[in-house]
Design a protein around this ligand. Sequence first.
Ligand SMILES: NC(=O)c1ccc[n+]([C@@H]2O[C@H](COP(=O)([O-])OP(=O)(O)OC[C@H]3O[C@@H](n4cnc5c(N)ncnc54)[C@H](OP(=O)(O)O)[C@@H]3O)[C@@H](O)[C@H]2O)c1
Length: 331
Amino acid sequence: MMETITLAPGLSICRIINGMWQVAGGHGYITPQKAVSEMELYHKSGLTSWDMADIYGPAEEFFGKFRQNLEKSGHDLSGLVGLTKFVPNSGSMSRTIVERAIRNSILQMNVTSLDLVQFHWWDYDDARYFDALYHLTELRDEGKIKHIGLTNFDTAQMQIMLDEGFTIVSNQVQYSIIDQRPQVEMEKFCKKNNIQLLAYGTLGGGLLTERFLDFEPTRIDLNTYSLQKYRNMIDAWGGWGLFQKLLQVLDKIAKKHHTSIANIATRFTLDKPQVVGVVIGARLGIAQHIEQNKQTFSLKLDPDDHSAIREVTLQANDLFHVIGDCGSEYR
Ligand SMILES: NC(=O)c1ccc[n+]([C@@H]2O[C@H](COP(=O)([O-])OP(=O)(O)OC[C@H]3O[C@@H](n4cnc5c(N)ncnc54)[C@H](OP(=O)(O)O)[C@@H]3O)[C@@H](O)[C@H]2O)c1
């Protein structure tokens, strides 16, 4: 059984979202044709929601081609969802600049209106992000965008945006067994303000799998940008030794439920309050885990599983204290 959920009015998503950062480079050689045709496999299996960004190389273009192929072959497009991001460099956020970026995403993705635009801003001290939000809101009101979300904004900035009168439906942040910072402040804030969370980094780029059980990778083994990124996160969290303890516990839980460590990690994050969906990276045309990941939907974690996980995570550093609230790692 698939799990779907309403992210915002009129926007229903599959709770496992296919992440497309992996096609942007640093994750092995992606063959465009192979990648686009593999997207159909995900769609046909029910994994019909995609996460991309204007800065993820060919991701939006792949989505547009894939969508066109579906349309041509007479497929039902009603369940297809494309979530993208607007990640501008610092600078003037005039109407022309914002509109041009949105128009480009619309063109690339072969849609008439963007389902969700998740806005990222690098420097909170640069107040021009309010200009960007103002223009995104205008474009939403004109029908070019259905909903405005955020990515990697912290709770304090979200409060400021709401105080300024902006309507935000979601924030996409790192959320996993390793990184549980959202539950310190953001979760409560989002619940109060009806903002949903989309989680990434849930599998630590693939580290939270059997592949790394009883095996310490060298820098050469960490052969994707995401493995490298999340290895650094593990080092800040408590180091490889503690991570092995965690993997051993997760492996036991996985065996008990006849499933995999990846599914335990995904279920754990999906069950967090305010989390509507987990974005799982897909190395299109290189590796796919469609059927395995769908098994998450029939998995239920019990209190013993949670306390076994907690026993390890309690020994870790408090990442909120070490790094700061969600998104601080980018600033
Ligand atoms: N907003 C942001 O700033 C931000 C930042 C990072 C990511 N994201 C989004 O989140 C997505 C996820 O990326 P991520 O870097 O966080 O990676 P991730 O989802 O934690 O890990 C993805 C990797 O996990 C492995 N995997 C997936 N399912 C598996 C299974 N069932 N069993 C074993 N291994 C499995 C795959 O490795 P193999 O390919 O090696 O098999 C895959 O490449 C991105 O594509 C992007 O859309 C957003």
